[in-house]
Write a protein that binds this ligand. Structure first.
Ligand code: CTP
Length: 472
């Protein structure tokens, strides 16, 4: 099979060909680039392997491209990189590696192309394409990765136990590629993951979370979570999520399986957003249901306050998973905490005041919150779904009207602490805070508009009630 035609899209490769000629070395495209070329998924990262020195080859290519082209050398890894426009070329010498079973530190030796292909993770990632004059564009595919691509299968090139021992992160990668590409994992490969799952613990949490985030960003992330669950990996890397699984029955009353519910919410929200953190909010929205679950003889199962308890679990989970502890985490926490509020607003006799409060608390994130709430509708009853959707449409319309009228998104009451201190001749004391809070409440309750004059008058009134006189 020859890919000469397809390679014409990448004129830079003719310089690689020329350089390989000059050095008299065997040079090949390898890995994800070859896979994506065949899948017609244009890729910017071009991995090139040479049976020789990757650094020497990169330097030669750069010289051919012109004096302005820089080579970035990573001596420790024996690799070199060239950036050209939006393309990134990575050069590496073919290697034969043997790993110690208890660490990730490989003993590296130079090897042949076949050696290099042997030590790659999956058959679909182990294909090479020749960049040599005699057979330019020819596929070198010792493990029939092409067949696996066509049959949509993830399979290790060697016996899976060997491939996964070399780098246990590959167990996560198998699931990640299956999810991104919507492939099956070949049964022996999957069984090896089940058998070797505990080895994931020698991998750093950062690398694990990187793969998990890629699973979460796939089109249908639930597929990846189901694979993680059935392989046993999920229980190790994310035990809180396993707790969601299962249904308990008392006196004929059950509750929904919150694991599958959560996955449904995640898929739903993923149809409306590519934002990783909104997807994380979906994953964590019910995370405290197991911890707050109670059975009440009258009403059945309750999960009282699970949104608050769940919000408090977010930083703990983020810290352990080495996810960022910055505004991304605070966003997820906020959405978990607020995820029931719009539902409450669909009940009758809801006041403008309650709406205003939600707008002020959600601020810029109100649209994302509404997306999460809509995704949270997973009833199988089409009539119920229709009713919920209509209710949310109504809430959204009301929120919009209120927002237009009161501009609450970045709400700041017109009266500041400084104004209060000046009006009453006060030092920064508890009273100042109390008056300020009272004015804020009055605005949110709709007793007064958020305008200077009425707010000032209200401030004076509150002061009077507290026995504080304004200075004349
Ligand atoms: N590789 C491997 N084992 C790993 C990581 C990578 O064998 N643990 C090999 C595979 O051949 C892979 C190549 O290195 O194709 C490049 O790895 P990477 O850039 O992580 O993945 P890609 O396959 O390029 O896919 P993506 O860009 O989607 O991550």
């Amino acid at each position: 099979m020859n890919f000469k035609e397809e390679l014409t899209e990448y004129p830079i490769l003719s310089s690689v060909l020329e350089a390989s000629e000059g050095l008299g070395e065997q040079v090949y495209l390898i890995g994800g680039f070859v896979r994506d070329l065949i899948l017609k998924r244009p890729s910017k990262d071009i991995d090139i392997v040479t049976v020789g020195s990757g650094i020497a080859l990169a330097e030669r290519v750069a010289a051919l491209l012109g004096p302005q082209v820089q080579v970035h050398i990573f001596k420790n890894f024996g690799t070199a990189q060239i950036k050209q426009g939006d393309l990134e070329l990575e050069f590496v010498g073919a290697r034969r590696e043997s790993y110690q079973s208890d660490s990730r530190k490989p003993a590296v030796e130079d090897g042949s192309l076949q050696d290099d292909q042997n030590r790659r993770d999956f058959t679909i990632n182990a294909m090479g394409i020749s960049l040599n004059k005699k057979d330019f564009g020819e596929l070198v595919d010792p493990f029939d990765g092409l067949r696996d691509l066509r049959k949509r299968i993830i399979r290790t090139p060697l016996e899976p136990g060997i491939t996964f021992s070399d780098d246990p992160l590959r167990m996560m990668r198998a699931i990640r590629f299956a999810t991104q590409l919507n492939f099956d994992i070949e049964p022996d490969t999957f069984e090896a993951i089940m058998a070797m799952k505990d080895r994931i613990s020698i991998v750093s949490m950062e690398r694990i979370s990187d793969e998990l985030n890629k699973i979460i960003l796939a089109k249908t992330p639930s597929y990846g979570f189901k694979l993680l669950y059935h392989s046993g990996l999920l229980g190790i890397i994310f035990p809180e999520m396993i707790e969601l699984q299962g249904v308990e029955n008392i006196e004929g009353k059950g509750h929904k399986d919150n694991f599958y519910h959560t996955l449904q919410v995640l898929d739903n929200v993923s149809e409306t957003t590519d934002d990783l953190w909104l997807r994380w909010a979906a994953i964590l929205h019910d995370i405290a249901k197991p911890a707050t679950k109670k059975f009440d003889k009258k009403v059945g199962w309750t999960f009282h306050n699970h949104e608050e308890v769940g919000a408090r679990m977010v930083p703990t989970i983020f810290r352990r998973m080495k996810l960022p502890l910055n505004e991304k985490m605070r966003f997820v926490k906020k959405l978990v905490r607020l995820h029931l509020r719009p539902i409450v607003l669909t009940k009758d006799n809801i006041t403008d005041a309650a709406m205003r409060r939600l707008l002020v608390e959600a601020g810029e994130d109100i649209e994302d919150l509404m997306k999460l709430c809509r995704a949270d509708i997973t009833s199988k009853n089409p009539l119920k779904v229709k009713k919920y959707v209509q209710n949310f449409d109504l809430v959204e319309q009301k929120l919009k009207d209120l927002e237009e009228r009161d501009k609450l998104r970045n709400f700041q009451p017109v009266i500041t602490g400084a104004q209060i201190m000046e009006a009453f001749g006060l030092k920064p004391t508890r009273e100042v805070g109390e008056i300020k809070e009272a004015v804020r409440e009055a605005i949110l309750e709709g007793l007064i508009p958020n305008e200077l004059e009425p707010a000032y008058a209200y401030m004076l009134k509150i002061g009077a009630e507290m026995g504080i006189k304004p200075i004349a």
